[in-house]
Write a protein that binds this ligand. Sequence first.
Ligand SMILES: [Zn+2]
Length: 222
Amino acid sequence: MRATRIVDLSRPVGPETQVFPGDRQPSLESAATIADAGVNSTELHLTSHTGTHADAPFHFLADGPRLEELPLELFCGPAVVVDVTGRADRSPITRADLAPWENAFGPGVIVLLRTGWSAYYRTERYFDHPYLDGEAARWLVEAGVRTVGVDTLSPDETPYGGHEGSGWDAHLAVLGAGGTIIENLCGLDRIDFPDPVFSGFPIRLASGDGAPVRAVAMHMAD
Ligand SMILES: [Zn+2]
């Protein structure tokens, strides 16, 4: 088996990266240059939840597993792209919306929710994304799913622009089950082949609440 095609699902990390409201904007500064030191090197300032990244349970749960306590199997495996495009701003994605894919959900399956909201990246409307309601999130977990990826800032409603948000049910359902959430995916529309394999390993940050990933979808063939 080899990857005959690899689709990049990741956002660049840099000063232009759109971050969660209130988070610091990343900055990349030259730490050394070939002219001065013989090498190029960069100093990074960013939160662990910058760009396309994975959340560990410890992000929300004081006693939850940290990133490096999670099985690596959570970050790589067969993916199901759930098409929930065409939704209104801040609308819930319900269990009924996920039902057509029910037979595909199970242990080891990585569920990628494609809302289409990645089209609004780096605009204010990106904050007004649809969100996974608590019942739908708990249903995925009951089906055995432990990895949920979204093409939005969060699977839960994002407080911004006078909206308080509706809580953190989706985070708590998935992270509370020892799973992970991959946020700020893009390019899900480019997965136009059957049986994609997702890979998005986080860097092994010592802080353990989350870390950027290089998320891809691979088409595997003999
Ligand atoms: Zn996060």
